[in-house]
Ligand binder design. Structure first.
Ligand SMILES: [Zn+2]
Length: 489
């Protein structure tokens, strides 16, 4: 494949889709397990776990929930749902149903509580997502998911028995209280939970795609005390078990709770980042934070003007911005309301933005030239292409690449760079194949290797180095796969 051929290919969308589906694409670094299950697939689990469906709330009910409900005639049996109302189900479990409504964001976020009512197990959703990624020739997914077991979270919460209103000034003593929970017995619950999940995925045929988990902190639906306890446990978990590769912060930024607690949440994360860096000096603490998923219709200029830059440094105080802490930013749609400095910092410090085009289009109504994609490109801010909530959005990673190529006139060289970025900026452990994050320059051991045969020789000669560095291993595999793929074009 060369630039000329790729230009021709771009004239034919179905052919481009076929090309992109087959192309090795590395990783998806922003994928929520709860948004990744297609309504069609979830349904089969929903009817195993439930007996009724409420047409008012679009939620499923089992017999016990029905008994405690108002038993309205709007609560119908599954049989009746299938006979007369199945479209209601599909419309409310994905963005398919947006056509009759104005508010994309509400419809989008409601789908998640609807999915929870099906009582589907999270591991089933993850299995579906990983199977789909195998079909799409992906090799890695960073999954934002409930990967810290509830019994461990409850244990930490129960131990935090303070007779006062949560006070950020006492965070040091609060850490001491929670620290008493760090025992082998407690933390083995985490290891066991992840062992079981790994076993389940292997048993169900997941071989070609790896997963790294990210527990998520809820900025909107929990107060500072719960945010602190969960942040403590989640960051600790990421230092404790390497299958947890980082921690994410999610939920709507322009909600009342998120707006009020923004600074407090930054302070908590900043403190814990430093605290666990001392406790686990050999571990990388990886934070990816949703930031700037905002528009002027939903947020004030005052709050948007430094949202992304404050998130990167975990402080609104300019004087304290010495080094970046958050390693990636999710969405970053409102960057144009900040100053050039934000873009320059992201470019210089190599803080990538996770681009989620379909999600931005349906939730925020931002697409085409209103999206800051080209602004990020102009400032050389690293970008990674992600799905966000692929099934709820009725999309997938192929569609995300397609939109980037068609809307922002991406050439073949840029496409390969976006693909390679998806492993380079992942939270995979170990050293990189590339020098200074430049996907075109290989480290000395592999310098100048341009063919599959050369790379294979390099891999044999550097076996020990590769064994120690998972990121390097996966990047070499991706380089080889791309070369193999290109032989067909
Ligand atoms: Zn997201």
């Amino acid at each position: 494949m060369n630039e000329e051929k790729f230009k021709e290919l771009k004239k034919n969308t179905p052919e481009l889709i076929m090309f992109l589906k087959g192309m090795p694409k590395g990783g998806d670094l922003h994928n929520h397990s709860l948004g990744g299950g297609y309504a069609e697939i979830i349904y089969e689990e929903a009817i195993k776990n439930n007996d009724f469906y409420d047409l008012r709330t679009h939620k499923f009910l089992n017999k016990k929930e029905y008994k405690n409900s108002d038993k309205s005639e709007k609560i119908i049996s599954i049989k009746l749902l299938e006979k007369n109302h199945i479209e209601d189900y599909f419309d409310n479990y994905s963005m398919r149903g947006l056509k009759n409504k104005k508010d994309g964001a509400s419809h989008f976020f409601n789908t998640f509580t609807n999915v929870l009512s099906t009582k589907i197990k999270e591991e089933e959703l993850i299995l579906e997502i990983l199977k789909r990624n195998q079909l799409e020739n992906m090799s890695y997914v960073e999954m934002i998911s409930d990967c810290v077991p509830t019994n461990l979270i409850e244990k930490f919460k129960a131990s935090f028995d303070i007779d006062e209103t949560f006070n950020l000034k006492k965070i040091q003593s609060y850490c001491k209280i929670l620290g008493k929970n760090i025992t082998k017995e407690n933390m083995s619950k985490l290891n066991l939970f992840l062992d079981n999940r790994e076993e389940f995925l292997k048993k169900n045929g997941i071989r070609d795609v790896e997963v790294g988990y990210m527990p998520y902190l809820r900025r909107m639906t929990c107060d500072l005390e719960v945010f602190f306890i969960e942040a403590y446990l989640f960051i600790l978990s990421s230092c404790w078990d390497s299958r947890i590769v980082g921690v994410n912060v999610v939920e709507i930024e322009d909600s009342l709770g998120a707006r009020r607690n923004f600074q407090g949440q930054l302070k908590i994360l900043r403190y814990l980042y430093e605290y666990f860096n001392i406790m686990f000096p050999k571990k990388e603490i990886n934070l990816s934070i949703h930031a700037g998923e905002l528009t002027i219709e939903r947020e004030t200029l005052e709050n948007m003007q430094d949202r992304i830059v404050s998130t990167i440094f975990l402080t609104r105080n300019k004087l304290k911005r010495k080094f970046p802490i958050a390693k990636r930013i999710g969405h970053g749609v409102s960057v144009q309301w900040e100053t050039k400095e934000t873009l320059e910092i992201m470019s210089e410090k190599k803080i990538p933005v996770e681009i989620c085009l379909t999600s931005n289009e349906i939730v925020l109504g931002v697409s085409g030239k209103e999206h800051p994609f080209n602004l990020y490109k102009k400032y050389n801010v690293p970008m990674v292409i992600c799905t966000d909530d692929e099934a709820v959005s009725r999309g997938n990673i192929v569609i995300e690449y397609l939109k980037a190529i068609e809307r922002y006139d991406i050439n073949y060289c840029e496409l390969k760079c976006l693909i390679k970025n998806s492993l380079e900026y992942s939270f995979l452990e170990g050293e990189s194949l590339y020098v200074d994050r430049n996907c075109e320059i290989f480290r000395s051991e592999f310098s100048g290797m341009k063919t599959i045969e050369e790379l294979e020789k390099g891999i044999v000669a550097n076996k020990n180095l590769i064994l120690l560095n998972k990121k390097l291993k996966m990047q070499l595999e991706l380089e080889k796969k791309i070369l193999e793929f290109e032989r067909n074009y």
